[in-house]
Design a protein around this ligand. Structure first.
Ligand code: PLP
Ligand code: COI
Length: 340
């Protein structure tokens, strides 16, 4: 039985659910972990996460398939990325098999919150880890907590799937040899000023440039970017300071293997934007959100796909990926992990 929620009108917000998974790291090891109904965390005022932002997170979704199963999408890749993130912030790795098990436990315990097939909503799962004990000199914590909660969500961008207007940002979200390639809370703190400023000026999102030369397109604050060139090739920025999006990696494979398109990961310069036919923001939350207009310091670059609908190739990518996630299109081996 589903909860009595107005699935069709859900935005991207936090709705507390019945259970979350918690595991503690103390004395050099993780405990067995457990589900709890307690959505609150109590900690020292001097906790490492509060003073020095030692926290990393992940984001993935659970779906109800057309035949009524509850599944998740490639959780093994989220587990691996979280290990990379943890290593970069000198945190202990949470083992991959345990991560996948935790996700399954949380979703199964909250199955009444998994939106029904065809509702337009999904269950967003947020695993995260943070430095828990009191740290005042700059160094990593000794004790950590791994947690995973979930919340039913609708579209990430207000107004659902509609072409977005983005601007080229004068702010950076990453440093050349910094932490842009991992999913650390600090990267998102970096982006808050820029996103509020963008919204105040009427833009939906920021396109960040490569922080070393500021000549190449990188990503937005919460999604990678895909372009379709005028000759139908799918291209995406290659950079060591962007997050390796699981959605983007999956879409490139879908473009190649399901749609027979040519794909390329390469550096993309700002001057090339006017040569693109379509553009989309891709991520777990964003799925693929089409971009209709890019504004570069007052210069408007209007994508030929326009402000009314998704470009045709973006739409095919969207339909194929969501079809795979919802079980109406056969998935590559290992992409769909059944919960119940
Ligand atoms: N880039 C950033 C900065 C993100 O926060 C996200 C969201 O997770 C993505 C890209 C998309 O990654 P994924 O497709 O793995 O969700
Ligand atoms: C995601 O897509 O999972 C994200 O983390 C993006 C955003 C909510 C930060």
């Amino acid at each position: 039985m589903s909860k009595n929620i107005d699935w069709a009108n859900l935005g991207f917000g936090y709705v507390p659910t019945d259970a979350r998974y918690v595991s503690w790291y103390k004395d050099g090891k993780w405990d067995d972990g457990t589900l709890t109904s307690d959505a609150s965390i109590t900690m020292s005022e001097c906790a490492c996460v509060l003073q020095y932002a030692q926290t990393v997170f992940e984001g993935l979704k659970a779906y109800t398939t057309a035949d009524g199963r509850i599944v998740t999408f490639r959780p093994d890749l989220n587990a691996e990325r979280m290990i990379d993130s943890a290593n970069r912030l000198k945190m202990p790795a949470f083992p991959k098999e345990r991560f996948i098990d935790a996700i399954k436990q949380v979703v199964a315990a909250n199955k009444e919150f998994v939106p029904p097939y065809g509702s337009g909503a999904t269950l967003y799962i947020r695993p995260f880890m943070f430095g828990y004990d009191s740290i005042i000199g700059v160094k990593p914590a000794n004790e950590y907590q791994f947690r995973a909660f979930c919340t039913p969500v609708g579209p990430y961008f207000k107004g659902g799937v509609r072409p977005l207007t983005v601007r080229i940002s004068d702010y950076d979200r990453a440093a050349p040899n910094g932490t842009g390639h991992i999913k650390a809370g600090l990267n998102y703190a970096m982006s808050l000023y820029a996103i509020v400023d963008a919204h105040e000026k009427g833009f939906d999102e920021n396109f960040y440039l490569d922080p070393a030369t500021r000549t190449k397109i990188e990503e937005t604050g919460g999604a990678n970017i895909l372009f379709v060139t005028k000759d139908g090739k799918v291209v995406t920025p290659k950079s060591s300071s962007i997050l390796p999006s699981i959605t983007r990696r999956s879409l490139l494979q879908v473009a190649k293997d399901y749609l027979g398109l040519e794909v390329e990961e390469r550096e993309i310069y700002v001057e090339e934007l006017s040569e693109m036919a379509e553009c989309g923001l891709c991520g777990t939350a964003a799925v693929i959100s089409p971009v209709g207009k890019i504004v570069d310091h007052g210069k408007e670059i209007c994508l030929p796909s326009g402000m009314n609908e998704m470009g045709p190739i973006t739409k095919k990518l969207y339909e194929t990926l969501t079809g795979i996630q919802m079980g109406t299109i056969p998935a590559p081996e290992g992409w769909i992990v059944e919960v119940c």
